[in-house]
Design a protein around this ligand. Structure first.
Ligand SMILES: *Cc1c(COP(=O)(O)O)cnc(C)c1O
Length: 337
């Protein structure tokens, strides 16, 4: 058995999802005529109590569109130094929006209202004016850590006081919400835009949705076109999204439980010095006496795949195609390393 825990993007569509895709009613979405895409956008907007949604090929695109909406050249985004928008989107903030970043630090990838307030640049001739704050929930490089409403509300206050927009990179926002048991509608009230990935834990082959006001999504549609993200009969893909929203949200808790078990299996391993607290479906292990590359080779010899994740660290992500049998097998194999 091959145990592939490199990412939760590796899952294949389930039988039920494939059936939903085959059965989709479609049209040309650039003309706004794909009923299934329209339904997905409305459904997800409804879940968060937001006005409108925009289906896009990737989470990188939904984030980059949001950044374009909320910045201008010579302005900046405040975010954590480990943010996906900064580390893993090909320098898009600079090349797509001609904007800059101000990187903050904080435990497990999270930033605080106070730190943000202290780092806002004024509209001064010398400064790169701050126009946007971007948060990530769950926080990938923070080990799948969760922001709670209690932590996010003071950040919203700082943004309102200073006329800043607030974006959520919610690639794994449902992982956060099922775990914290919070209402998506409360999250929808706080953020100007939210980006949600369907292709991560929710198990779709492709797709992300950007949520915002009607006016913002109208502008976003135009930016998506310019980025080359206008798709035609995309309803086949959107149908997978609708299916996932109906069937795959609650089960994320199973991924989290398996991740916690997996974390325990690694905790006392002689080659592991520390396992980040496991909050959702991501397990980051800091290694001792072995490099990530050597460790990955050892794991590969036992048919386990993971990825290097920062200096001296590797990452495992649990997902839809990793069940209890896989977990048991994982435990047996890593014991012998
Ligand atoms: C995966 C991911 C994205 C988007 O990635 P795509 O591969 O472009 O869909 C954005 N933010 C975070 C935190 C992610 O993990």
């Amino acid at each position: 058995m091959n145990i592939d825990l490199r990412s939760d993007t590796l899952t294949k569509p389930t039988k039920g999802m494939l059936e939903a895709m085959w059965a989709a009613e479609v049209g040309d979405d650039v003309f706004g005529e794909d009923p299934t895409v329209n339904k997905l956008e409305e459904k997800l907007a409804g879940i968060f109590g937001m006005e409108a949604g925009l289906f896009c090929p990737s989470g990188t695109m939904t984030n980059q569109i949001a950044i374009r909406l909320h910045t201008r050249p010579q302005t900046e985004v405040i975010c954590h130094k480990y943010s996906h928008i900064y580390l893993y989107e090909g320098g898009g903030i600079m090349s797509n929006s001609h904007a800059s970043v101000k990187l903050l630090d904080g435990a497990y990838g999270k930033i605080s209202a106070q730190d943000i307030a202290e780092n806002i640049s004024p509209d001064d001739v010398h400064a790169c004016e701050t126009t946007l704050v971007s948060l990530e929930n769950t926080m990938n490089k923070g080990g799948g850590s969760i922001y709670t409403l209690e932590e996010v509300r003071p950040i919203k206050d700082v943004c309102e006081k200073n006329g800043l927009k607030l974006h959520l990179d919610g690639a794994r926002v449902f992982n956060a919400l099922v775990e914290s048991d919070e209402n998506p509608k409360e999250w929808g009230q706080i953020f100007d835009t939210i980006s949600v990935c369907l292709s991560k834990g929710l198990g779709c082959p492709v797709g992300s949705v950007l949520l915002g006001t009607k006016a913002e999504i109208k502008r976003a549609r135009k930016v998506r076109k310019a980025f080359g993200g206008g798709m035609r009969q995309a309803g086949f893909l959107a149908a997978a999204g609708i299916y996932a929203l109906d069937h795959h949200i609650g089960r994320l808790k199973e991924d989290h439980a398996r991740a916690r078990e997996l974390g325990k299996m690694l905790e006392n391993h002689p080659l592991v010095s520390e396992v980040f607290p496991v909050a959702t479906n991501i397990v980051i292990a800091r290694l001792k006496g072995i490099s990530p590359e050597e460790m990955l080779t050892k794991l590969a010899a036992k048919e386990i795949k993971a990825v290097r994740f920062g200096k001296g660290q590797i990452r495992f992500v649990t997902h839809l195609d990793f069940g209890d049998k896989g977990l048991e097998e994982f435990g047996r194999r890593v014991k012998g390393l």
